[in-house]
Design a protein around this ligand. Structure first.
Ligand code: UT7
Length: 340
C-alpha cells in the first residue's frame, strides 16, 4: 500500500502588489524587504474572495490535471469529485471562525457528495499535518481511496497594514494535491512524516482577537480588525532550528543522504531562514526550492503552491524523492518525505 500524490493545483489572486507599490503606502523599501526576506511581491485577493474560494479553485485545478493526465478512470472533474472520500483543508484564515469548516464549504462547491470534510489547524505547518492526516484517514478506512489536501489562505485580511514588521511578509493563495491510496509495493508516495510542536512559543505568532479567550462582545468598538502579531526574532530563531532539526531527523530515520533528495521544499516564510538552515546543515542552497520572491508567505498554502509549480514546470519526475518542511504558529513544525 502507498499514498501517492497523483495531481497538483494552485490558485493565485490576480492582483500583484510589488514591494515598490507597498513602499508608496508605508515606510519601507524594495531594498529592505528583498534583502531581509527575499520577497519582491505578493498576491492579494479581492475583497469578495474568501479562503474557500481560493481553496475551491486550487482543488478544481487538481481534478482537471488528474483527468487531463489520465491518472484516473474518470473522464471529467465532476466525476472525479464524486469519488473523493475525504477533503482535508489546512487554513489559518478560514471563511468562518469555529464553524462551518472551510473544508465543508469546498466539499459543497465540488459536489463531492461522498466525501467527509475537515479543517486542520496547524498554521504554516498545516499542509504537512494535513498530508499525514489524509494518509492516516485513507490508511485506516477500508473502502477509502482518494483525498484532496488543500492549503488556502487570505492572510491579507488579518494583517495590520500599518505594521511594516509584518505586513510586507504575507500574501494570499491556495495549493492542493490529490492523495490516492494505491496497491504499489515499491517505495513510493508518502514515506515518512514527522510532526512536532512547541506550545511554549504560542504567543510569538498569534491572532489574539475573536476566539473564546478574547471573544467579540456586544457593544465592542474596534479601531482595528483582528490581525497577526509576531515576535519576528523569536520566530526566526525557532524556524532555523526547526527546519534544520526536521531535515536532519527525517534523513536519519530513513537512512537517506541529501544527495538522494531531488528537492527540499520548505515553507516559504523568509529566504534567509532557508539559507541559514542550509548553511547549518552544510547542504547546497540549490537543493531548496524557493518561490517566495513572487508570493511572499502564504502560510499553509506555500508548500502545495511550490509543489504545483515544480510539478507543472516539469521539475519533478516519477521516482524523485522530495522533502517538504514546514513551521509556523503554535508553534508547530514538521516534514514529509515523499517519493513522487
Ligand atoms: O510563517 C512563519 C512566520 N514568520 C516568520 O517566519 C518570520 C520570522 N522572522 C523574520 O523573518 C524576520 O525577523 C523579519 C523579516 C520579520 C524581520 O527581519 P529582521 O532582520 O529580524 O529585522 P528587525 O526586526 O531586526 O528590524 C531591523 C530594522 C528595525 O529598525 P531599527 O530599529 O534597526 O532602526 C526595524 O524597525 O528594520 C526595521 N524594519 C523595517 N524597515 C523597513 C522592520 N520592518 C521593516 C520594513 N521596512 N518592512
Amino acid at each position: 500500500m502507498a499514498f501517492e500524490i497523483k495531481a497538483t493545483g494552485r490558485a493565485i489572486p490576480q492582483r500583484r502588489v510589488s514591494n515598490k507599490e507597498l513602499a508608496q503606502k508605508i515606510d519601507t523599501s524594495d531594498e529592505w524587504i528583498w534583502s531581509h526576506t527575499g520577497i519582491r511581491a505578493r498576491h492579494i485577493a479581492s475583497a469578495d474572495t474568501a479562503a474557500s474560494d481560493l481553496g475551491f479553485e486550487a482543488a478544481w485545478n487538481v481534478l482537471e490535471m488528474a483527468v487531463e493526465q489520465g491518472v484516473c478512470m474518470e473522464k471529467t472533474p465532476e466525476e472525479l469529485a464524486h469519488t473523493l472520500d475525504m477533503i482535508v483543508v489546512a487554513t489559518t484564515t478560514p471563511d468562518f471562525y469555529g464553524c462551518p469548516s472551510t473544508a465543508c464549504l469546498i466539499q459543497n462547491r465540488l459536489h463531492a457528495k461522498n466525501a467527509g470534510a475537515m479543517d486542520v489547524s496547524a498554521a504554516c505547518s498545516g499542509f504537512i499535518y494535513g498530508l499525514e492526516t489524509a494518509a492516516g484517514i485513507l490508511g485506516t478506512g477500508k473502502g477509502r481511496k482518494r483525498c484532496l489536501v488543500i492549503g488556502c489562505e487570505i492572510l491579507s485580511r488579518f494583517i495590520d497594514w500599518n505594521d511594516r514588521g509584518t505586513c510586507v511578509l504575507f500574501g494570499d493563495g491556495a495549493g492542493a494535491v490529490l492523495l490516492e491510496k494505491t496497491d504499489a509495493t515499491d517505495i513510493r508516495g508518502l514515506l515518512k512524516t514527522i510532526l512536532r510542536a512547541d506550545g511554549t512559543g504560542s504567543e510569538n505568532l498569534i491572532i489574539k482577537k475573536g476566539g473564546s479567550r478574547n471573544a467579540y462582545r456586544a457593544g465592542d468598538v474596534f479601531e482595528f480588525a483582528s490581525f497577526i502579531e509576531m515576535n519576528g526574532h523569536a520566530v526566526y530563531n525557532f524556524a532555523v532550528g526547526a527546519v534544520t532539526e526536521i531535515i536532519r531527523d527525517l534523513l536519519k530515520t530513513e537512512n537517506i543522504s541529501v544527495d538522494e533528495l531531488r528537492w527540499i521544499v520548505p515553507h516559504q516564510a523568509n529566504a534567509r531562514i532557508v539559507q541559514a538552515a542550509a548553511k547549518r546543515l552544510g547542504f547546497p542552497p540549490e537543493k531548496f526550492f524557493l518561490n517566495i520572491e513572487e508570493y511572499a508567505n502564504t502560510s499553509s498554502a506555500s508548500i502545495p503552491i511550490a509543489l504545483d509549480e515544480l510539478n507543472r514546470g516539469g521539475y519533478l519526475k516519477k521516482g524523485d524523492m522530495i522533502l517538504c518542511v514546514g513551521f509556523g504558529a503554535g508553534l508547530t513544525y514538521g516534514g514529509n518525505l515523499i517519493v513522487w
